[in-house]
Design a protein around this ligand. Structure first.
Ligand SMILES: Nc1ncnc2c1ncn2[C@@H]1O[C@H](COP(=O)(O)OP(=O)(O)O)[C@@H](O)[C@H]1O
Ligand SMILES: [Mg+2]
Length: 210
């Protein structure tokens, strides 16, 4: 068995909360499981994450390469080896973030982004992408970021949200869109439903139902 699940969505949509909840739940029923995140997830990736969050302007093209570099390292050092030994891998963000943020958000060429993603991931694609969808201002407010964002930046996050919804709409078998404004237990339950279906499709019977 190898199953790869990613969490996507805007700031404050609950990705880290839900990724951790799913990880714990799977461990509790005895499924070998790895939780990682982007950017970062490796020693080099964490250095790249600090660069991306550091002081000073980063050119959008440079930013694109730094995310790709972090992803290339994460795939080779963590994700592939874990899948190969049969673990289920959960990643808090993966390459769809780059399509949403750098592509739809910043307007960089989508065909170039897709090519770069393909190189960074060696063609690896998640079996399930959980999209936590929430109105932009609600998500930012959860992280107390709302007041710091100008109108222009809100429009950027709006394009990111629409980009995600478009990707999900064009591949509904792979994507689960969850209303992330719901109470967190309810979000957890909706995700768990889909994951248990996926596990039984792969011949794995999870433990007790929620
Ligand atoms: N369903 C929810 N309803 C209300 N608050 C939530 C919900 N899910 C997460 N939160 C809170 O919102 C904040 C952002 O959640 P987080 O998981 O860090 O989001 P992300 O990783 O997507 O940025 C945290 O303070 C978290 O406790
Ligand atoms: Mg997070």
């Amino acid at each position: 068995m190898s199953l790869f699940i990613t969490f996507e969505g805007g700031e404050g949509s609950g990705k880290s909360t839900q990724a951790k909840a799913l990880y714990r739940r799977l461990l509790s029923i005895g499924i070998s499981c790895v939780l990682t995140h982007e950017p970062g997830g490796t020693p080099l990736g964490n250095r790249l994450r600090r660069l991306l969050r550091g002081e000073g302007e980063i050119d959008p093209q440079t930013e694109l390469f730094l995310f790709a570099a972090s992803r290339a390292q994460l795939v080779r050092e963590v994700i592939r080896p874990s899948l190969e030994r049969g673990a289920l891998v959960i990643s808090d963000r993966f390459f769809h973030s780059t399509i949403a943020y750098q592509g739809y958000g910043r307007g960089l060429d989508l065909t170039i982004i897709e090519e770069l993603n393909r190189i960074a991931t060696e063609g690896l694609c998640p079996d399930l992408v959980v999209l936590l969808d929430i109105p932009v201002e609600e998500g930012l407010a959860r992280k107390r970021l709302r007041d710091r964002f100008e109108k222009e930046e809100l429009a950027f996050h709006q394009r990111v949200r629409e980009g995600y919804l478009e990707m999900a709409g064009s591949d509904p078998k792979r994507w689960l869109v969850v209303d992330a404004a719901l109470p967190r237990q309810q979000v957890t339950r909706l995700i768990w439903e889909r994951v248990t279906n996926l596990l039984s499709e792969r011949g794995l019977t999870p433990g007790a139902a929620l």
